[in-house]
Design a protein around this ligand. Structure first.
Ligand SMILES: Nc1ncnc2c1ncn2[C@@H]1O[C@H](COP(=O)(O)OP(=O)(O)OP(=O)(O)O)[C@@H](O)[C@H]1O
Ligand SMILES: [Mg+2]
Length: 480
């Protein structure tokens, strides 16, 4: 399921949409998302994980050509495919050139043609991804120096994504699996997690994996608001309901009809307002402020909190009945420090993101920096890591590596703290023995860390597989 590729098609042409459904709709390998215009598609690109963009530039008004040109900059790694008719061929060819499209096809396009083109585009994309990773690793192993700060830790394989959530840890894999199950239902979802752990990102991913994905997702932060304001935001009001209510207001619950409402900081709502929410969750009842009539709305609620609602219920601060209603599914996003596997993966992800934004080529992050990042407690979780990487990219040298001197002082100082694991002294009667002992230790540690995945260990160490096998033999190393 996670290996599914998403094809985003922008078209109004029933014939083409049908051809795409025939090509991708039935096989489990693909998810086909269809948008009617370039603007909707651009917003989807920002919300869900897309592997391939197919744009029909039949009608200039749909903005497909602009979308492709924009995507070339914002999502360079997503291959683009352009389709035109004989009548719009010139316009199409021009757009294909400007957006550096992988392929330009003329209608009518057969499902088989589309299938093959998409398959090839995805293969090419995977090849270029591997090429990027390998060239970087090659360069790293060439100037590798195990005594200096230039030693790099490679990050590859095992990276997964749930829409815009990036992770590698088993805990996040389990969590996203639950989230997918939750998405398939209409039950409310309650997301817990410290600040910056990705609660909103998860809420969005759930919406876009649910049957409601084509309807609205509206967000309401419930913190720091009077009951009256919150009521009017969510349930709406009629003109004159309170001073300043100069016209009717629909309210989020009705505006999101058929879609999802994300209630952030749900722990902050008053006991009084909790009653209104409960009624809504039970009956779908919407009663605007100042109105006697009741309307009904079908929305799915996803709520988030960084305080434990369960404990608040125990202390009598949150209504038990509402709590039970909300937790159709409960998803707890672990703090970043409890899923250290995600730290290097996210650091690398943000590095690519921000290096791309500022057009700065940064070769990578040194191993010692990654080790310090892994040791830091990240009270601000992923958001804090993202800011840290963004700042480091801004100050790193063009074509250089991010090294310890680019870290913010709090993290850099961890290197000197007493809690840091001390490397045991290197034993040996002379330099030759010491070097051998050190080499044995480094090889053994790398093998343990990679769970004896010899290809991975070899590439991390900048050795060939035979080279690594020789060292294993020479030092008589064995998997524990
Ligand atoms: N797993 C992840 N992959 C990529 N980006 C992430 C991930 N988790 C969080 N982020 C990024 O970190 C930032 C914070 O995420 P988000 O706003 O979803 O957190 P939150 O839990 O809602 O935080 P808060 O409690 O402070 O509202 C965002 O910029 C988001 O894109
Ligand atoms: Mg949030």
């Amino acid at each position: 399921m996670t290996a599914q590729r998403t094809v985003l098609l922008v078209s109004l042409d029933d014939g083409l949409i049908e051809a795409a459904r025939t090509a991708f709709g039935h096989a489990g390998d693909y998810r086909l998302v269809v948008c009617a215009d370039g603007r909707t598609a651009a917003s989807r690109l920002g919300q869900i994980e897309v592997h391939l963009l197919v744009a029909d530039c039949q009608e200039a008004a749909t903005g497909s050509a602009e979308l492709l040109k924009g995507a070339r900059v914002t999502h360079p790694q997503v291959p683009r495919l352009l389709i035109a008719t004989a009548a719009t061929a010139d316009h199409g060819a021009e757009a294909a050139l400007q957006s550096a499209a992988y392929l330009f096809l003329l209608k009518p396009v057969l499902p088989a043609q589309l299938g093959i083109a998409v398959k090839r585009a995805l293969e090419l994309n995977e090849l270029s991804r591997r090429h990027r990773v390998l060239s970087r690793e090659l360069r790293i192993s060439m100037d590798d120096d195990i005594f200096g700060d230039t030693e790099k830790m490679s990050v590859k394989g095992g990276v997964s994504q749930f829409e815009k959530l990036v992770y590698a840890s088993p805990r996040m894999a389990e969590l996203t699996e639950h989230a997918r199950q939750a998405a398939a239902t209409d039950l409310p979802v309650l997301i817990h997690g410290e600040t910056g752990t990705g609660k909103e990102l998860l809420a969005r991913a759930i919406h876009f994996n649910s049957r409601r994905m084509d309807a609205a997702l509206l967000v309401q932060n419930c913190g720091g608001m009077s009951d009256e304001t919150l009521h009017s935001e969510l349930f709406g009001h009629v003109r004159g309901a309170f001073t300043g209510a100069i016209s009717d207001r629909l309210g989020l619950f009705r505006a999101a009809e058929g879609g999802t409402v994300f209630l952030d900081e749900i722990s902050e709502v008053s006991r009084n307002f909790q009653v209104s929410l409960l009624r809504f969750l039970q009956e779908g009842e919407v009663k605007p402020l100042g109105s006697d009539s009741v309307a009904y709305s079908d929305v799915r609620i996803v709520a988030a909190s960084n305080r434990s609602l369960e404990e608040m219920v125990e202390r009598g601060e949150f209504r038990r009945d509402l709590y039970y209603r909300l937790k159709g599914f409960t998803l707890l996003i672990p703090p970043l420090r409890d899923r250290p596997e995600d730290i290097p993966v996210l650091a690398e992800f943000f590095l690519e993101k921000y290096a791309g934004v500022v057009g700065r080529r940064v070769m990578g992050i040194t191993r010692s920096v990654l080790e310090l990042l892994a040791r830091y407690r990240w009270p601000g979780n992923v958001r804090e890591l993202e800011t840290e990487v963004q700042r480091m990219v801004a100050v790193a040298d063009h074509g250089g590596y991010i090294s310890e001197r680019h870290l913010s002082p709090t993290i850099r100082d961890l290197a000197a703290t007493a809690g840091a694991p001390q490397a045991p002294a290197i034993e040996g009667a002379n330099l030759k023995e010491m070097v051998e002992n050190l080499e044995r230790r480094v090889v053994r540690e790398t093998l343990t860390r990679t769970r004896w995945n010899q290809s991975q260990a070899a590439s991390e160490l900048g050795l060939s597989r035979v080279g690594l096998a020789n060292k294993i033999k020479r030092y008589n190393l064995q998997a524990e």
